[in-house]
Design a protein around this ligand. Structure first.
Ligand SMILES: Nc1ncnc2c1ncn2[C@@H]1O[C@H](COP(=O)(O)OP(=O)(O)OP(=O)(O)O)[C@@H](O)[C@H]1O
Ligand SMILES: [Mg+2]
Length: 260
C-alpha cells in the first residue's frame, strides 16, 4: 500500500537518507526505529507525500505520491493541535474536512464519539494549553482516527510523554487500531524498540545518519493482544531486539550454539 523504492533525501550538501526501500501492506502496522536526528521525521514526511524525495520514488496504492495522501491522517511528533480552539473543535474541524457531505450534527457526534474513545469525554471544551501533554496527544490521536483514515502516519506520537502515560497511550493506540471502522495501514516512527515490538507487525531499523539507511524488516511474530511487561520477557522479543540492533553477535551466538 505504501512503497518507498531507493528513496533518498539531502538538505543542501548534507545527505540525510539514502537508498530507502520500505513497503507497508494493506492493514499492516509497520514501525521504523531510529535514534535521535537520524532522519526519522524526514522519512515519514517523504512517505506521506509532504516532502518529495530527491532520489527514488514513493507510491501509495500503486500511484506515485505527489501530495499528502488522500484518506490519510498524521500525528506529529509535537502536539499539532490548533491552540486557539477547544479540543472538541480541533477534532470536529478535521471531521468536517474529511466528510463534507455530513450534517453539522453528524460532525459533532463523530468528534464527541472519538474524544470519548480516548477517555476525554468531559474535556472537550478545554483549549490545548489547559490540557496536559498526554491529554493533548490523546486529542491528536482522536482527531486522526475520527476521520476514519485508511492510512495513518505517526511520528514518535508518545516521544514527549512520561513512561506511564506512554504505556497507557500505547495500549489505547493498539485498541483503536483493532477497533477501527476499517483496516488502517499504519507507518509509525519511534525511538523505542520495545514500543515498535509492542505495536507492529514488522519493524525496520534506521541506521544513524548522515546518509541513514533501513535494515531489512523484522517480523514480530508475537500474538496480540500484547502487554508491555510480556514484551520485556518474551523470547521472541529478545530475538527481534537483537536482530534489529546486533545482527553480528546473534549470528556468532547461533553458530556457537549450533556447534556446541
Ligand atoms: N528542513 C531542513 N533543512 C535542513 N536540515 C534539516 C531540515 N530538516 C531536518 N534537517 C536535518 O536533517 C537531519 C534529520 O532530521 P529529522 O528531523 O528527519 O531527524 P529525526 O530523526 O526526526 O530527529 P528527532 O530525533 O530529533 O526527531 C537532522 O540533522 C536535521 O538537522
Ligand atoms: Mg523527528
Amino acid at each position: 500500500m505504501i512503497e518507498l523504492t531507493g528513496a533518498g533525501k539531502s538538505y543542501g550538501s548534507r545527505c540525510v537518507l539514502r537508498g530507502l526501500n520500505l513497503a507497508v501492506n494493506e492493514g499492516e502496522f509497520v514501525s521504523v526505529v531510529g535514534s535521535s536526528a537520524s532522519g526519522k521525521t524526514t522519512l515519514l514526511m517523504i512517505a506521506c507525500g509532504l516532502l518529495p524525495p530527491d532520489a527514488g520514488s514513493v507510491s501509495i496504492s500503486g500511484q506515485p505520491v505527489t501530495d499528502f495522501a488522500p484518506g490519510a491522517a498524521i500525528v506529529f511528533q509535537n502536539y499539532s493541535l490548533l491552540p486557539w480552539l477547544p479540543a472538541i473543535e480541533n477534532i470536529r474541524l478535521a471531521v468536517e474536512g474529511a466528510f463534507p457531505l455530513w450534517t453539522a450534527a453528524q460532525h459533532r457526534d463523530q468528534a464527541e464519539k472519538y474524544l470519548h474513545m480516548v477517555g476525554l469525554g468531559t474535556a472537550g471544551a478545554k483549549r490545548p494549553s489547559e490540557l496536559s501533554g498526554g491529554m493533548r496527544q490523546r486529542v491528536a490521536i482522536a482527531r486522526a482516527f475520527a476521520v476514519e483514515p485508511s492510512l495513518l502516519f505517526l511520528d514518535e506520537p508518545f516521544g514527549a510523554l512520561d513512561a506511564l502515560t506512554r504505556a497507557t497511550l500505547q495500549q489505547e493506540l493498539a485498541r483503536m487500531c483493532s477497533e477501527a471502522a476499517r483496516p488502517v495501514t499504519t507507518l509509525m516512527i519511534t525511538n523505542s524498540v520495545d514500543e515498535a515490538i509492542l505495536l507492529s507487525d514488522r519493524v525496520f531499523a534506521l541506521s544513524r545518519g548522515p546518509g541513514a539507511s533501513l535494515s531489512d524488516p523484522v517480523a514480530v511474530d508475537i500474538p496480540r493482544p500484547r502487554a508491555a511487561n510480556m514484551i520485556m520477557r518474551e523470547e521472541a522479543a529478545v530475538r527481534i531486539r537483537a536482530r534489529l540492533f546486533n545482527p553480528a553477535p546473534v549470528e556468532v551466538a547461533a553458530h556457537v550454539h549450533a556447534s556446541a
